[in-house]
Design a protein around this ligand. Sequence first.
Ligand code: XMP
Ligand code: MG
Length: 175
Amino acid sequence: MRLSKEPLFTAKVIQRRVKELADEITRDYGQQELVVLVTLKGAIMFAADLCRALSLPVHLDFVRAKSYRGTLTTGTVEIKVHPEVSLAGKHVLVVEDILDTGNTVAALFDRLSADNPASLTLCTLFDKPSRREIPVPKSYVGFTIDDHFVVGYGLDYEERYRELPAVYTLDGNPE
Ligand code: XMP
Ligand code: MG
């Protein structure tokens, strides 16, 4: 596996888009408190920049979901880290790195909605709609991309490349 020579998205382009998303979210929620639920680990860089660009009160918490693929029960998702805050009656924004088949988010939303939040919305940095297997509710999307495996800015291939400020594609097949 090799990194693409040129980034797919430079740090500058990412930062500009994150600011736009934050402005849109700030406008949509007004001054209501927002529980920002960051999905570990891939979304941490995105969430850190997004939160600092929001102009509303944020309660930050984390969730970790592990999906299992290639079994009869596609979409089996185990929640490894649960949010500490109670979501009941709260406006919840789940921050994801990338939306692919949709199975992880669908299962996560299923579980989180059992806590009766006032609203539950997804904000994902990347969306690969061509790979969708399960519908996902309308979300804030940073960039819609073709079916590339992308790394950098939090996203990894076997735990590598998360620290890169730009996003690259991997040449070759990661799976
Ligand atoms: P699903 O298919 O459930 O999965 O929507 C989403 C999760 O799969 C991982 N994923 C990626 N990770 N580069 C990555 O680093 C990618 O291009 C990629 N595509 C999917 C990721 O963990 C995401 O949360
Ligand atoms: Mg992820």
